[in-house]
Design a protein around this ligand. Structure first.
Ligand SMILES: Cc1cc2nc3c(=O)[nH]c(=O)nc-3n(C[C@H](O)[C@H](O)[C@H](O)COP(=O)(O)O)c2cc1C
Ligand SMILES: Nc1ncnc2c1ncn2[C@@H]1O[C@H](COP(=O)(O)OP(=O)(O)O)[C@@H](O)[C@H]1O
Length: 309
């Protein structure tokens, strides 16, 4: 999948869909699958247009909703679905001020060469959200809308996912996403304190969006084809006075170098909230308990699977 900002030259003829796609949940996946089918049937390039930051993060920075997927996780999931090209539009003052008419002419037609466009049934765009499905029908491309997908009569939405993640309902979240809730990042150097307390942790510095959850989790990751289980702290590190957002993971039965690698960490079970400890020794004792709890959780999972078979 190609990832770019708005191309300066017109793309080859494209089938396009536009949205924030936060979470890339089953509803989003239905939209994307249909986009790809239609692109193939019409010999068009499949293009997803998204915004970074998301419009609400730019418009209401103080109270924008927490972010479910960073751009990097969004891209990973869209690529896996088979999208040809992800166009990331920087949402800024000039994009905000663009009228619906100018958005269609300058972006959809001139740059993206849109032949077929698919939008959700509640899609609004352009200054003051004046553009909608009816408006889009007045142009020289085909436009279709798609009704929201429901599970148990409830519309699948990023809002519903945010609520469930906030309530630590990770199995329900996994069912709505089609995969465990996953965070991706590059492993960077920390203060190298982890190894001094016998718990080396791979540090992923996360983008500074508000996180949908935090705390200590049983986690897993696929590292070079081997699935590693472990335990991770998502959020700040109050004990060492660090208020940035991190995902710090200690993997069981692993002793290798991860610095510089981009890894995707799956969150399976929330074990507790992040706490402030009096010192690193107290933290170390708690981490040993967290490791036991995570081991126990993975063991009962294996037990449940064995009973199912
Ligand atoms: C399972 C686990 C749980 C943790 N829980 C907390 C916590 O509750 N509070 C905290 O301040 N740090 C917690 N940490 C520690 C920090 O995330 C970090 O690993 C530690 O401060 C060492 O930092 P360093 O990687 O920069 O050396 C936890 C780490 C792990 C692996
Ligand atoms: N079991 C393990 N889990 C996580 N990282 C490990 C493990 N074993 C070795 N490492 C390596 O050690 C590094 C973490 O060591 P640590 O002392 O916590 O230093 P830092 O503060 O730089 O993260 C990881 O980035 C990884 O390269």
């Amino acid at each position: 999948m190609r990832i770019s900002r708005l191309p300066l030259q017109a793309l080859p003829a494209a089938a396009v869909t536009i949205g924030s796609f936060d979470g890339v949940h089953l509803g989003h996946q239905q939209v994307i699958t249909r986009l790809i089918e239609q692109a193939r049937a019409r010999n068009l390039v499949s293009v997803v247009v998204t915004f970074e930051p998301q419009p609400r993060e730019f418009l209401r920075p103080g109270d924008a909703p927490a972010r479910l997927t960073s751009l990097s996780d969004k891209a990973r999931r869209l690529a896996a679905l088979g999208v040809d090209h992800l166009v990331v539009l920087p949402f800024n003052a000039s994009l905000r001020g663009l009228s619906a008419q100018a958005f269609v002419e300058q972006i959809l037609i001139e740059r993206l060469n849109t032949q077929w466009l698919q939008v959700g049934d509640d899609f609004r765009f352009g200054a003051d959200r004046a553009g909608n499905f009816e408006f889009l029908q007045g142009f020289d491309f085909e436009v279709t809308d798609l009704a929201s997908q429901c599970v148990d009569g409830q519309r699948i939405s990023s809002t519903q996912l945010r609520e469930r993640i906030g309530q630590h309902q990770l199995p329900a979240v996994q069912a709505l996403l089609g995969e465990p809730y996953t965070l991706t990042g590059r492993v960077i150097y920390g203060r190298q304190l982890g190894r001094t307390i016998g718990v080396p942790t791979a540090n992923l510095l996360l983008p500074h969006h508000r996180l949908a959850t935090d705390g200590v989790f049983a986690v897993s990751a696929d590292i070079a084809g081997r699935v590693l289980q472990g335990v991770g702290n998502l959020g700040t590190k109050p004990t060492v006075g660090d208020s940035r957002s991190w995902l710090e993971v200690h993997f069981f039965d692993f002793d290798g170098v991860l610095y510089g690698q981009r890894i995707s960490v799956q969150l399976h079970k929330r074990l507790r909230g992040t706490q402030t400890f009096a010192n690193l020794d107290a933290l170390k004792i708690q981490i040993q308990l967290d490791m036991q709890a995570a081991h126990a959780w993975f063991a009962q999972l294996t037990e449940v699977k064995r009973t199912d078979d």
